[in-house]
Design a protein around this ligand. Structure first.
Ligand code: HXC
Length: 510
């Protein structure tokens, strides 16, 4: 018996070495941790239970039958993050470059099935060279099985991908179908085809970083939701991130102990809005002053900065925050901002996370670049996402809410549950200058008349009271009381129920 136990331990020790010490050293030499070191940082100490440690590939081509490594390039199992379960698959680059074989895919799909069945998030750590070249169509089929489960799990359990090394070919499409992608700066990259193929096909010369590094995907392509400086920071931040998420769409939002008084007033908010309506101010200051302990996990921070998206807590419960940012492009809605916020709103709605929206938006961005780029469709994504969302929706208009963007930003008319405005709010079809130039075109040459018309327009429309008189705004609130009002509204809406007509699924403008 003792001998059998010893053999088991020996096998486990062999499996833990993956592709061997030389390749582990090479992995460290590139500034990356190994699969198992990453797991240790990500999960609660001692909580990891590994599955399929002894799985090997069954490929007999290209001499592969002589090269078998226990685990076959992916470590799978489950564990806990701050006591809550998560499932994991972690690519092991030291084993055939983490490439995906049929056996490797089966390990992944087993974990995906279990996560879906038991209702817990699944986290994939990617560091891999795509399809196992020696396995051909078996590897491609394996990807298809993984993709199918990504789609089945979408909207049922949170799916998170962290790119921690190369990620090419088949490996990019599974993350692309998950809810969130994070990358490690300088050591990770993701692309469909690498620099060599790019050179051959388009004659462009690019490095891996220029083609698909974190610097690109967090700012230009918006493929990634965030970037971290190294593996250790990445694992620590993913732990923090998972704490915001429900385990599944059957679960309530997590509730954490909180130390921030929901009755807290913030007098400094009474002077946040500058006297000049064209002066910017930092909307993040408002977010941080309203949410619990100023703890805000921002997503897509480097992309479409004119809108802010992220998770926070109020009274210990997760909320999704969407806010126009007057510091960037005056907070205007453009195609990128609309897409960014629409996807975030849809995630919140899938997982019962209430949405708090702070509005200061001068409208949609005009111009050929936007129109040719499909602003109509992209703007419609955000309108659609907010309108279909049945989670509690609380809106606070701080300053401008002009034109179509007023409607889009969780207005009463598209199902906002509680809509507040600060006294500084200006709810109108457009700003005074544009409005006067259209309705008093004949007077454009007369500055005195234009000044008069502008004053009349500003006095009549650039305030919250016309909307409040009609009940489109539930109450004009003091800025300093925003946290109190939002907390109370969230508590009120906790058991919100809403009936929607049966449908197979909707057809959001893509
Ligand atoms: C088998 C692979 C492999 C692969 C890497 N390796 N990729 N083995 N299949 N796809 C092995 C290498 O042979 C090597 O083995 C080890 O992993 C490390 O690879 P290196 O090349 O030495 O490392 P590095 O220089 O860091 O380069 C990493 C890399 C490169 C950029 C990922 O290996 C690479 O370009 N690989 C091929 C990528 C690719 O084209 N994959 C197929 C995509 S098509 P040893 O024994 O020396 O350690 C695809 C289709 C799916 O995925 C489509 C579904 C929709």
């Amino acid at each position: 018996m003792k001998e059998i136990l010893r053999q088991l331990e020996e096998l486990r020790a062999t499996a833990k070495l993956g592709g061997g010490q030389k390749r582990i050293d090479a992995q460290h030499g590139r500034g990356k941790l190994t699969a198992r070191e990453r797991i240790e940082l990500l999960l609660d100490a001692g909580s990891f239970e590994e599955f399929d440690t002894f799985v090997e590939h069954d490929c007999h081509d290209f001499g592969m039958e002589k090269q078998k490594i226990l685990g076959d390039g992916v470590v799978t199992g489950w564990g806990t993050i701050n006591g809550r379960p998560v499932y994991l698959f972690v690519k092991d680059f030291t084993v055939f470059g983490g490439s995906l074989s049929k056996a490797h895919a089966r390990k992944m799909t087993k974990i995906q099935d279990m996560a879906l069945r038991t209702g817990a998030p699944i986290i994939g750590l990617f560091d891999a060279g795509g399809a196992r070249i020696q396995e051909g169509v078996d590897a491609l089929g394996g990807y298809g099985e993984v993709f199918t489960r990504n789609v089945q799990a979408s909207g049922v359990i949170p799916q998170i991908s962290v790119i921690m090394g190369p990620c090419a070919g088949g490996d990019v499409y599974s993350p692309a179908m998950t809810d969130f992608i994070f990358m490690v700066r300088d050591t990770s990259y993701m692309f469909v085809t690498g620099p060599d193929v790019v050179k051959t096909v388009t004659n462009e010369t690019v490095t891996s970083e220029q083609l698909g590094g974190a610097s690109i995907h967090t700012t230009k392509s918006s493929v990634a939701d965030g970037g971290f400086d190294n593996d250790v920071v990445a694992m620590t931040q993913i732990r923090r991130f998972v704490d915001f998420l429900p385990l599944s769409n059957r679960d309530e939002v997590p509730e954490r102990p909180f130390f921030d008084d929901p009755q807290r007033t913030e007098i400094s908010l009474d002077t946040l809005i500058p006297a000049n309506p064209n002066m910017p101010y930092d909307m993040k200051e408002l977010i941080l002053k309203v949410v619990d302990e100023a703890d805000f996990f921002e997503l897509q921070e480097g992309f479409a900065k004119n809108i802010i998206t992220g998770f926070a807590r109020i009274e210990g419960r997760t909320v999704g925050v969407v806010a126009n940012q007057p510091m960037v492009l005056a907070g205007v809605l453009d195609s990128d901002a609309s897409r960014k916020a629409a996807r975030f709103v849809r995630f919140c709605d899938c997982f019962n996370i209430p949405i708090v929206t702070f509005v200061d938006v001068p409208g949609f961005l005009p111009g050929t670049a936007q129109e040719y780029g499909g602003l109509i469709k992209h703007g419609a994504k955000l309108l659609f996402a907010y309108t279909e969302a049945t989670v509690p929706k609380i809106t606070v208009i701080t300053r401008k809410a002009y034109g179509g963007a007023y409607d889009v930003m969780a207005s009463k008319h598209i199902g906002g549950d509680i809509n507040y405005a600060w006294p500084t709010a200006q709810i109108a079809v457009m700003g005074a200058k544009g409005a006067v130039e259209i309705i008093h075109r004949a007077d454009i040459g007369d500055p005195e008349k234009i000044a008069h018309h502008t004053k009349v327009y500003e006095d009549r429309f650039l305030n919250p009271f016309v909307a409040a008189q009609r009940g489109y705004i539930d109450e004009v609130i003091m800025p300093h009381s925003t946290r109190v009002r939002v907390s109370r509204a969230l508590a009120l809406l906790r058991d919100k129920q809403i009936e929607t007509p049966w449908k197979k699924h909707d057809n959001i403008p893509l």
